[in-house]
Design a protein around this ligand. Structure first.
Ligand SMILES: [Zn+2]
Length: 395
């Protein structure tokens, strides 16, 4: 079980300061949640993760189910112990992967649409994509079959047939043993029509109730608000999930929120006021450096994001002077740390920009590891500053 205490509610915004107490320790909120897909924050040891000021991790149910399988993780003492992290953890439900295996894979698109949305200001240059035409025709994705019971798909590793449903997802998450688990939902594809999203919501809400029923453990279960970028459907979803009362210990706000910075602020503005204020709210899969303040002001207590780690492994550092690409040849002659204003161990101990540029250009994995440490520390420090601002009444 978790306990959530709101220490301070801002008068200027929906931002709030809190403490989330889990069986594996406390999380000061708002907090960013790095992604440990396969029970690893890629390139870092678990003791290093803690040194980046990280408080909470999210691992992926879908990926751990495929390998090594939840039985192995359970035998290892559950995800937190298995990966020698021993701290607070969440697992997602596998629902997002339903989508990325489905139309997303067929048409090679991610969660975020790159062109104008049908109902935004950019509508003048809106063209339906191939995928949207397929959805409009009522096609099923090739790689998966979504039914009212759950989702059939084949393992991309060995082709075996697999099935995920509310009951199966909860069963796997119970074995993975994270402190916080998520209801199984359908994450609708970008550009999905109002009709499609509405039909999908009926299923997602029914699945939410089935997850509450299926859960046997004392893990904290979060319900997920979907509804894409449609205001009426987002509100309908928030009301439906909130109406499930103490079946849910907290909320996830998920799914496609569109590119054009309809973005996190708008979706949070629509949904947060309809949720039980005593419960923690997690924004799923969003958190670029420029979004942090908006997310926190919008009322998210936690949010997960792959950006700091993903870019680090591609040679990009986040610094107080903006993003720096360490592939740049000019950095080979640069003295000084990645960011002179950064207090992380990599910047303080004298690793030079020159050395890191060399590693990145030579494809040495140590380069990605050093930048992953720095980037996570940078993001965690940015969120720590936002917590300070809330405390001082500045946000
Ligand atoms: Zn640093």
């Amino acid at each position: 079980m978790i306990e959530f205490k709101v220490l301070k509610q801002s008068k200027k915004s929906r931002a709030r300061l809190g403490v989330l107490t889990t069986p594996h320790g406390e999380v000061r909120t708002p907090a960013i949640v790095p992604v440990a897909t396969l029970a690893a924050v890629k390139a870092l040891r678990s003791d290093e993760i803690r040194e980046t000021k990280t408080q909470l991790l999210i691992a992926n149910t879908y990926h751990l189910h495929l390998q090594p399988g939840e039985a192995v993780v359970k035998a290892g003492g559950g995800a937190a112990k298995f990966m020698h992290w021993h701290g607070p953890m969440m697992t997602d439900s596998g629902g997002f992967q339903v989508f990325s295996l489905g139309f997303g894979r067929d048409f090679g698109v991610g969660k975020v649409r790159k062109t104008a949305l049908p109902n935004t200001k950019g509508a003048a240059n809106y063209y339906p994509t191939k995928m949207e035409r397929a959805i409009a025709r009522g096609d099923q994705p090739n790689a998966v079959k979504i039914t009212d019971e759950g989702v059939h798909f084949r393992s991309p590793l060995d082709g075996r047939e697999l099935f995920l449903s509310p009951k199966v997802s909860i069963g796997i998450q119970e074995k993975l043993g994270a402190d916080i688990i998520y209801a199984f939902d359908e994450c609708t594809p970008p550009g999905a029509s109002h009709d499609y999203v509405q039909a999908s919501l009926v299923r997602t809400h029914r699945w939410a109730a089935q997850c509450i029923k299926a859960k046997r453990s004392d893990q904290a279960l979060y319900g997920i608000v979907q509804g894409s970028y449609y205001e009426d459907l987002r509100k309908e979803s928030a009301r439906a999930i909130a109406a499930m009362g103490d079946g849910f210990a907290g909320y996830g706000i998920g799914g496609d929120i569109g590119e054009f910075k309809l973005g996190p602020s708008t979706v949070l503005k629509w949904t947060v006021p309809l949720l039980d204020p005593r419960k923690p709210r997690h924004l799923l899969g969003i958190g670029d450096i420029d979004d942090l303040e908006r997310i926190v002001k919008g009322g998210a207590d936690t949010f997960d994001c792959t950006i700091p780690t993903h870019y680090a492994r591609r040679g990009i550092a986040y610094t107080s002077r903006g993003k720096v690409d360490f592939h740049r040849a000019s950095l080979l002659r640069a003295r000084g740390p990645v960011d002179p204003a950064c207090g992380c161990r990599i910047c303080q101990e004298g690793y030079s920009r020159s050395y890191i540029a060399h590693l990145v250009r030579a494809n040495e994995i140590t380069g990605g590891a050093l930048l992953t440490f720095h980037n996570l520390h940078f993001f965690n420090t940015a969120v720590e500053k936002l917590r300070e601002k809330i405390k001082k009444g500045e946000l």
